[in-house]
Design a protein around this ligand. Structure first.
Ligand code: APR
Length: 320
């Protein structure tokens, strides 16, 4: 039975994928398909989630599958598939392994959906979203990485904890790559319109900025196995909501740059307007020299990982 509801496919039925599926269903954003390579897990999680629909009161149909045919005509696809880093595995090893996964996932998705908007979550994020764009030959408004919403949520949390003020009033902007060189911007981080540069000491600002940069690692070190999933899942769903409800929200997202901020041909965390077409536009902020230098440093790091993806793609073309 076909439905007029939007179709959201979540690739990867792990921690992040199942959180995205749960929140998207609870918010009635559309029908949800969960797909994974492991047999039974997406089906089991989907059935469990569907059985909560009468309790949480949502109409979304939730299905689990191992067959990409069931993802046909998706409006939004969230890619969370990938392996976490294992002991002894270098970042490059992880990049190569997850790049192959994201490549095959994107090929399968594009075979069955004509015009999806793809949100990539798999790490290393900036490289994985680049791989998805290259593989799917996607227009730049329809391929987005989730990083800035999460990193900014972390900064907002730490500012509100530091000041002991309501989180509702805190806004924050974190740009750049989704790694150690990300660029939290205190000047553009505010509480009810007041920049934190007015409200906090340099020491306090340094503390929240540093904790934000290491936000992912802090969770990993506490969990011991696995990485964060509640806040990443909620960040993805905020992006899905902005798109499907054409909210035209201004969110920091990983977008493909063509000259903005002085960079081209890389994915980079920048403020964008998000609406029904995905990225409606990239917003260019005025930077101080210090901020621009930090962004350039981060962009150089990201460029290296994109070059690694180009090398992987050149290698797979050679084999064909
Ligand atoms: N196709 C579909 N699913 C796959 C594939 C594939 N080729 N390869 C792996 N998966 C699935 C795994 O079976 C697993 O269910 O991806 C899922 C990943 O789930 P978790 O290991 O729980 O990882 P999670 O915490 O969800 O993180 C997923 O998001 O934040 C990033 O760094 C994180 O890259 C990681 C991703």
């Amino acid at each position: 039975m076909s439905s007029a509801r939007k179709k959201i496919t979540v690739v990867g039925a792990g921690q992040v994928g199942s959180t995205v599926a749960q929140l998207a269903a609870y918010k009635n954003l559309g029908d949800v398909v969960i797909i994974d390579i492991v047999e039974g897990v997406p089906q089991g999680k989907a059935l469990d989630l569907q059985e909560s629909s009468c309790l949480q009161v949502f109409d979304s149909l939730v299905t689990g599958t191992n067959d990409y045919k069931d993802t046909a005509n998706s409006d939004i696809v969230v890619i969370t598939a990938g392996l976490p880093r294992k002991p002894g595995m270098s970042r490059e090893d992880l990049l190569a392994t997850n790049a192959k996964i994201v490549q095959s996932v994107t090929e399968n998705i594009m075979e069955h959906s004509r015009d999806p908007i793809i949100i990539v979550v798999s790490n290393p994020l900036d490289a994985m979203v680049y791989m998805a764009k290259k593989t799917g030959n996607l227009p730049k408004n329809k391929i987005i990485g989730m990083a800035g919403v999460l990193d900014s949520a972390r900064l907002r949390t730490f500012v509100s904890l530091e000041l002991g003020c309501s989180l509702v009033d805190v806004d924050a902007m974190v740009l750049g790559g989704h790694g150690d060189s990300m660029v939290p911007l205190p000047r553009y981080t505010s509480v009810s319109g007041i920049s934190i540069t007015e409200l906090m000491t340099t020491e306090q600002i340094d503390r929240v900025v540093e904790r934000t940069r290491k936000g992912g690692a802090e969770i990993v070190s506490l969990l011991k196995t696995g990485s964060a999933f509640y806040a990443p899942g909620a960040s993805v769903v905020k992006m899905i909501e902005a798109i499907l409800q054409d909210k035209r929200r201004i969110l920091p997202c990983t977008a493909y740059l063509e000259g903005e901020y002085g960079w081209s041909g890389i994915f980079f965390g920048v403020p964008v307007m998000m609406g029904i077409h995905g990225i409606e536009k990239v917003i260019e902020l005025k930077m101080t020299e210090e901020e621009k230098a930090a962004l350039d440093k981060s962009a150089e790091d990201v460029k290296k990982t994109c070059d690694e993806i180009d090398a992987i793609l050149a290698g797979s073309n050679d084999k064909e």
